[in-house]
Design a binder for this molecule. Structure first.
Ligand code: PLP
Length: 405
């Protein structure tokens, strides 16, 4: 057989393996255990109401009379309906339950959605970005080679200090744009006007927006849309991906969803075929999300569940504030970390991302994530994650402060 040679083009995969390699080498050399502010993995326990719902579901499955096996590939209708009600209640957005497709998490959907795009599609991504958007399209053959900095044929929309880490829509014609707000890694959040410019572009150019809202529950300030469907016209040009990972702590439980409205009308010059194609894709290649996880998801959306998720998110936002204030107190310029779990810290003294990574590992024994690993515009920054037990976050921040003062 012949392998998919596009795998050979993947260069972005360096990031987390390279962090692990450098950290391990440092550990072996020094014998120290590092303090970790690198990964976006949740650390706090599942909450009681949500756990209770999952336990009850297990009881149902433990009885032959009430046991069920495979569910609908699109997800339990009760959960799809609850999400639909939730969008109306919390965002004022009216969709149909059948617009919601339940999945085992946002990462799979973010990676799989490209199966709907023609191989010759031109793809744009906000830079820096969650690596899945780029890598899935590399594997799908929509790029040329990695030229040491970017992939040929890909359109990078630079997020910089100058534009407040919110890029403008492309100046050329593209077929798909990936956006994520609150952003991983920069922590930036787009306003209605800023997102509106992308929606206007998408409608004009018959372009699809893939909007990743995995961190939406971290938005605590007014004036930011929490769903792209709050923007007029978005249901004609955008799919929205979301997850229970970062608000309910489901990073290990696994549950997410994607909204693919029936009204989407950007395919092949204006046809409404994407909903049917995604339905077909999911029914053919996916056997539905875990029924136990879906019971937990349903509980996460009711009043008690929402309150529990809110306090979980509050905890990480508290960590983010400690990180941001701590770094700023020793002169580090910081962005994000307010309506987001990530602080985007500017490397001091003109250091590069990896240089500052090495510095913090050596001098503070703290692991962060080099911004350059998220795309060329991430060079000169590191991402500091608020996912960690409070005591470890405080210890890491104190250590960074000592190393820089
Ligand atoms: N989208 C973004 C922007 C993320 O940062 C992450 C995880 O870090 C995911 C999606 C993955 O979410 P899930 O755990 O639902 O697969």
């Amino acid at each position: 057989m012949k392998v998919n040679s596009n795998f050979g083009k993947l260069a972005g995969g360096y990031l987390f393996p390279e962090i692990a390699r450098r950290t391990k080498a440092w550990q072996e050399r020094t014998g120290f255990e590092p303090l970790r502010l690198g990964i976006g993995n949740t650390t706090e326990a599942l909450t009681p109401h949500i756990v209770d719902a999952m336990k009850k579901k297990l009881d149902i499955l433990s009885d032959r009379a009430t046991y069920t096996g495979y569910g609908d590939e699109q997800g339990d209708f009760a959960l799809r309906k609850a999400l639909c009600d939730f969008y109306l209640r919390e965002y004022g957005v009216s969709l149909a339950p059948t617009d919601f497709f339940i999945s085992d998490g946002a990462k799979s959907d973010a990676a799989n959605i490209q199966e709907l795009f023609s191989p010759d599609s031109v793809i744009a991504v906000a830079d820096p970005a969650y690596p899945v958007y780029v890598d899935s399209n590399v594997v799908g053959g929509r790029t040329g080679l990695f030229n040491g900095n970017t992939y040929d044929g890909f359109v990078y929309l630079e997020s910089t200090e100058e534009n407040g880490f919110i890029p403008e829509p492309p100046s050329c014609q593209v077929d798909v744009i990936y956006l994520c707000f609150p952003n991983n890694p920069t922590g930036a959040v787009a306003t209605k006007e800023q997102l509106g410019r992308f929606v206007d572009y998408a409608i004009r150019e018959k372009c699809l927006i893939v909007f990743d809202a995995a961190y939406v529950d971290y938005i605590r300030h007014e004036g930011y849309p929490r769903s792209i469907y709050e923007i007029e016209g978005a249901r004609d040009c955008a799919v929205e991906i979301n997850s229970f990972s970062k608000n309910a702590g489901f990073t290990g439980v696994r549950l997410g969803w994607t909204v693919v409205p029936e009204t989407l009308a950007v395919a092949d010059g204006g046809q409404s075929v994407l909903h049917g194609m995604w339905n077909r894709r999911q029914c053919t290649f996916f056997n539905g999300a875990s029924n136990v996880a879906q019971a937990g998801g349903l509980a996460a959306l009711d009043e008690i569940g929402r309150a529990e998720c809110r306090s979980l998110v509050d905890y990480y936002l508290g960590n983010a504030r400690i990180i941001r204030e701590g770094l700023e107190s020793v002169g580090i310029v910081c962005y994000g970390g307010v309506d987001s779990p990530y602080v985007w810290a500017k490397c001091p003294d003109g250091m590069g991302s990896w240089e500052f990574f090495d510095y913090l590992l050596e001098k503070a024994h703290v692991v962060v994530t080099p911004g350059a690993g998220f795309g060329p515009a991430g060079e000169g920054f590191v991402r500091v994650s608020s996912y960690g037990h409070r005591e470890n976050v405080v210890a890491a921040v104190e250590s960074i402060k000592r190393s820089l003062s």
